[in-house]
Design a protein around this ligand. Structure first.
Ligand code: ADP
Ligand code: MG
Length: 246
């Protein structure tokens, strides 16, 4: 069943057309991947779905459970269960990990916060740590994912969940995504990595602000080996270091 329907999105930023009639169906309780070259408009798509300031003036529509959310501001979309984890791990200088997770948690008990942290493979010794540059990029990303687990959103957009992450942490992130999906959550992962793509169930190839191909993982995977037939974008993807000869 389609939880999120993206219909013919068109968006210009600073006079430049970035999204060019992008259409995408997102299925409830499934994991989706969005791949495509740098500059294709993937992050713009995520920001537009989230309704961030500067990304509201689009043509087309975004439907959540069949209802248009185009007039909703970011906080209203968040209240209805859409959340976005940024490509760059957020920094909330001054907050402890505990307070950062608690801020968005549905269940604000200590046990719930500890178990969300445990889900991403981080022990209680992190609770009192500050969310700042003393955490590594990977640790900040895991803390952000823990906060999403505690938030229990319906749809989570992950913009390059693997960037700046070591292999072990990435496995933790996949575990957390699996846990979230098992509880009925819907996931959209934007990625440059065949490894991340292989953890999805449906995939979309985005080029020049349009979906040029959609299908199973096997149908989209050839993009990473240079067989991006429907796409004439000049930025051919570099093989991901973790992806091997996917
Ligand atoms: P991707 O995430 O697929 O790499 P982005 O969505 O970040 O691509 O960017 C798509 C295009 O939009 C790029 O050409 C980028 O330079 C441009 N772009 C992104 N944000 C802005 C902005 N705020 N103003 C103008 N152009 C932008
Ligand atoms: Mg991006």
């Amino acid at each position: 069943m389609g939880v999120l329907e993206i219909r013919n999105l068109r968006l210009a930023l600073n006079g430049k057309q970035i999204l060019n009639g992008l259409t995408m169906d997102i299925w409830e309780g499934h994991v989706h991947a969005v791949v495509g070259p740098n500059g294709a408009g993937k992050s713009t798509l995520a920001n537009t779905i989230m309704g961030l300031p500067g990304y509201r003036a689009f043509e087309g529509d975004i439907l959540l459970d069949g209802e248009s959310i185009r007039e909703f501001a970011v906080d209203e979309r968040a209240r209805r269960g859409i959340t976005l984890a940024w490509q760059e791990p957020a920094r909330f200088e001054g907050l402890t990990v505990r307070d950062f997770i608690r801020a968005s948690a549905r269940d604000k008990s200590s046990d719930s916060i500890k178990s969300a942290l445990d889900r991403v493979g981080m022990g209680p010794e992190y609770l009192a740590r500050a969310v700042d540059a003393t955490l590594s990029g990977g640790e900040r990303k895991k803390v952000e994912l823990a906060s999403i687990i505690a938030m229990e959103p319906r749809v989570v957009l992950l913009d390059e969940p693997d960037s700046g992450i070591d292999v072990d942490s990435l496995e933790r992130i996949f575990d957390a995504i699996r846990f979230f999906r098992e509880r009925g959550g819907t996931v959209i992962m934007i990625t440059h990595s065949p490894t991340v793509l292989s953890h999805a169930e449906h995939a979309f190839l985005v080029c020049s602000g349009q979906v040029t191909l959609k299908g199973t993982i096997d149908e989209i995977m050839p993009y990473f080996t240079g067989k991006c037939v429907p796409c004439d974008h000049r930025n051919a993807p570099a093989l991901d270091s973790r992806g091997g000869e996917a």
